[in-house]
Design a protein around this ligand. Sequence first.
Ligand code: SER
Length: 321
Amino acid sequence: MGTILVTGSLGQIGTELVPLLVKKFGPSRVIASDVKSPNSDIFHEIEYVPLDVTNRDLVASTLKERSVTEVFHMAGILSALGERNPELAFMVNSVGTFNVLDSAMKAGVNRVMIPSTIGVFGKDTPRDNVPVVTVTRPTTMYGVTKVNAELLSAYFRSKFGLDVRGVRYPGIVSYKTPPSAGTTDYAVDMYYHAVAGKNYECYLKEDAALPMMYMPDALDSLMKLYSADEGRLRYTIDYNISAFSFDPRTLAESIRKVIPDFNVTYRPDYRQAIAETWPRSLDSTDAKIDWGFSPEYDLDAMTEDMIRNLSEMHLKSQPSR
Ligand code: SER
């Protein structure tokens, strides 16, 4: 049994994925990596290696020297940061993904998991119930680089037989590690503010509906796809998945069912322009058929769980009297 390498282990998904992989496969099989260093001992049970995915030689040598057989390539620059730093987005999302795929192919890696995103869609894509195969002409740097990652993954799969799998994630809501500079992050921010007893000023318009899901379902989906029979997979990293769609107003209403005096004001900024190029809802049928995608949480169940967990964290962080 070989080694599983996770890139981007300190990101929103990586920090929750690593412990899940450790639980499932044991600490000796999992290596965490990120361009940053962990500032606590969150990965104390397992080996951690610093890894900048834009460094091709380092990616290649890491895979070879550590006998890596599976890669979860979670390193990525999200949409809002990508607009502020397009070169970084290109280097990490496009060049970094090429480096991982090329090195994986050359090192004989068995399977590579790479998340894609609703960011691959653009203004020419239908807004509702979007299927997997549709127009993907994004106008954000994030989208451009992720379409590139999708095409590269399909290329390495068909040309070299590399087993590459992934999903187009919608906005992901979670409480353990805040997301880094995405357009859908307002949803996480809104919960943080509500639990801290603060009002929230939202950078999207109140009716900016986007596809979303809760982290436990995002992780469960990735693992379902990871374990699926390869022969059943009709797509590469472009499986649409979404648990539900909501806009900021609907999310605020869901939060008010638990925290009635929570208040949101709206001041749209450049992220509204990004959101307007993305679909309101996705068709996840292909993921259901091919590998059994079945999210558990609906919006209110997610809200209850988020608020319960964030409240516990909030209480722990208060100085004791
Ligand atoms: N959450 C991502 C973003 O907002 C979308 O995949 O950038």
